[in-house]
Structures are given as structure tokens and as C-alpha cells.
Design a protein around this ligand. Sequence first.
Ligand code: ADP
Ligand code: MG
Length: 479
Amino acid sequence: MSAWEVVIGLEVHVQLTTQSKMFSGAAIAYGAEPNCQANEVDVAMPGVLPTVNAEAIRQAVRFGLAVDGKLSGVSVFERKNYFYPDLPKGYQLSQFAQPIVVGGVVCARRTDGSALAVQLTRAHLEEDAGKSLHDAFASSTGVDYNRAGTPLLEVVTEPVLQSAADAVAYLKALHTLVRWLGICDGNMQEGSFRCDANVSLRPIGSTTLRTRSEVKNVNSFRFVEKAINYEIERHTRLYERGEQPVQETRLYDAARDETRSMRSKEYAEDYRYFPDPDLPPLRLDPGLVEQERERLPELPAARHARYLARLGLSEYDADLLTADRHLADYFEQALAAVANAPKLAANWVLGELSAALNAAQLSIEATPLSASRLGDLLAKIVSKEINSKIAKRVLEAMWQGQESAEEVIARLGLKRIDDSAALGSMIDEILAKHPDQLAQYRGGQEKLMQFFIGQGMRATRGQADPAALQRLLAEKLAG
Ligand code: ADP
Ligand code: MG
């Protein structure tokens, strides 16, 4: 087994977040009635002409800048010709010889925290095909063209990944990045982020690539990992029996946890690519590129590094916070109120807030508790106006309405009690109620101090200022 080295290259289809299609004005909203979002361009009526979606170009540029790839001043849409019922034109418009983004690197992290920089080959724009509906009719197959023409950015890595775990680490980083950039909703069940995994083995030390198999359209991280591991074992067994794998496309069957051959690719398919005569070469406007460069947000990898180095957060907290830009932004906004307590802010965002969101099945974008309101609450912990235990009660009340921390604390009377007069009379009552303990204390059992502090905390429902309580108790116990 160890005589073989694993080689993996991934192709990910990232569905862009434009309103309309790559080459037509039809909407791309998910879940519409079949064929209600396909216009004459999408179903290839004679005489229609494609128009490039400017927003899709913008999103591809944003991605190219984020991965530090080379943006092609001129890229070209070509026809990839093949025949299939879900492809009304008989060709797919894609970028072949001149993609919009060349090269680039995606910065990922393995589960052990080590860095994994994955070299990209390219990222190119293309259109999606329609969908065959095999189960919709008893004796025939239907075709839904709603998806036809949907803009995709296909992101292709070099064959550089060396394990299924690394492949998943890369995919998660890419998934976070495209959502972070706002160019993809990342919904894997709906097919907005689909992965093809190319897998081969070679003897350790060899630098030539061997025959690969390609597992198509796997739609969860867990399945990608399983499908790749299945292929690694299958190739290993073949080589150990003295056989050769064949170049082929395979499908992963999650129910049986195995891959099955779909079609052999022993002879490269001839797609007869040629530049689309209806679409002139795409020349990037340098002004657009500059705009996108200026708007580029701090990227997840940079933010992760900053959280570790500047804020002193743990790897674990930084991972969770930077998995989603909305969450990271929320954290920063809350942190603004308690700049010197990043760990406290992280604990509350990842702890109490996330738990409340989970319980209510809400995403961070839909939180009823804004970051600035949470920040105000945290400031009250830092200033010792309330302790964390009481802060949790305040948060619950804030979650239900629009009250500020200040208002909830006032309404429920939760403010820390450090007033000597109020604490003093309360202590008098406690001492009167516990004459035995008082006598024992005065007889030398000073450990009973803890008992009295406990009584004081209980009497004030945790609101007594611990230092003030202890000081006054010491005075009164001494007599
Ligand atoms: P195609 O588009 O026909 O699938 P490409 O040559 O564009 O083929 O390669 C697609 C992906 O397959 C890339 O991610 C590339 O890194 C990967 N790849 C190519 N050859 C191999 C190989 N022998 N083993 C593993 N991955 C490979
Ligand atoms: Mg491929």
C-alpha cells in the first residue's frame, strides 16, 4: 500500500449569484416550475443571440483577485460540442483555450491546523446544462431547461492533492471563499457547489502522472472523501493484481458507498471546440478590475491569521469564526464594544449567541440580537456591572425583544449591588438568621466566611459585588 502515492485534482462548479443567466435575461431562482425560467436563448430558438452577463464577469474577476490568479485581458467563449437532450443548442458555451483566470492559489488548513496551499490551474466561465427528469413520467423522460444557461465558474486545481482529507480541506476553504466573496450561495444540496474528483496513483518517487478516474458531481464533503478513498483502494487493488485502471468517468453511490463506471474515457472525447462566432473575445475593462480590487474584503485566511496573531484567539475559535463572513463580521462588530476582550467576545458569539441561533434555527444574518446590542451587553460584563451568569439572563430577555442591555438590567433589577447600606442590612439579616455559624466563626472557624458569602450571593440572586460583600462581611463578622 505504502509503495503508492496518491494524486488528486479537483474540478468544482461554482454556481454564481447573478440574478439572470450567463447569456440571457431569464431568472435563475432555484425551485421554479419546470421550464418557466428558460427563454428563447436558453432553449436555442433559431436566430437568437447570446449576451454576456456583466455581473458574472465581475464575480469571476473578484474570484481571480482573491486567489491571486492572473486575469486574462482577453478571454474567449468557445462552443464545446456534444449531443445530449439537456443541451438544447447542441453545444455548451465555455472558456477553453483562454480562460478568464489563469493560475492562483487557495489557502486551506488541514484539521491539524497545518497550512495547505493549493495551486489552481484555471477558473473559467461557462453555462450549465438543463436537467433530465427520469422519474417525472411513466414511460418517457422529461427535460427541464430552467438550469440551462445558469452561470458557472469552474475552478480547476493542478493534480497536487495527496489525500482525500487534503481534498476535503481544500474544498472547505474554496466553499468558504466563494461564499465570503458573495459569488456563490454554497448550497450543495441544490447543486450550487459541485465537485468532480480526479484520482490516480503512482509509485512513490515517480513524477509522471498515471491513468486517472474521475468521480462526477459529488455533492457533500463527506461523500467526496469516501468516493476518493474508494478510488484509492480500487486503484491500489488493480495495481497489486498487476492490472491497470482505465481512464473513465465514475459515479459515487452513497447508499452502497462505492463508485461505478459511467462511461469509459479511454479515447479523449472530441468536443470540437471553436470560438463562438456570436460572442466577440471578452476584453476586461481595467476600471472594473480596479473597482473589484478596491472592494475586495479581507479574505478568510488573512482574517484567521489576524485573529490568532493580533487577538490571541485559539485556532479552534478562529476556525469557527472565519468559516462564515457574516459570523466573522458580527464578531468584529460586537468586539468593537469590548476591544480588549476578544476572547470574551468570541466565547459569547460562538457560545450563547450560536446556541440561541441554533435553537431558533436561524442563520446569523437573521439574528434578532444585533452585534452592537450584544457588544453593549459584553461591555457590562467587562465593567463588572453584571457577571456572566446574569448576563446570560439578560441575553435571553434581549433575544425576545428590542430592549437594550441597559433596559433589561434596569427592568429586571439585575444590576450588581455594591451599595454598602443595602449590602449591610442584608448581612445583618443573615447573621441574625445563623447565630450558630456566627458563634463558630468568632470562635476561630474562619472557613465559615465562604458559607456567609454563599448566603449573601443567594440573598442577592448573584448580584452582590463579591469584593464589597466580602469586605463588609469581614467587618461585621469581626463584630
Ligand atoms: P478534463 O477536463 O478532461 O477532465 P483536465 O486535463 O482539464 O481534464 O483535468 C481535469 C482535472 O483532473 C484537473 O484538476 C487535473 O489536475 C486533474 N488531473 C489530470 N490528470 C490527472 C491524474 N493523472 N491524476 C489525478 N488528477 C489528474
Ligand atoms: Mg473533468
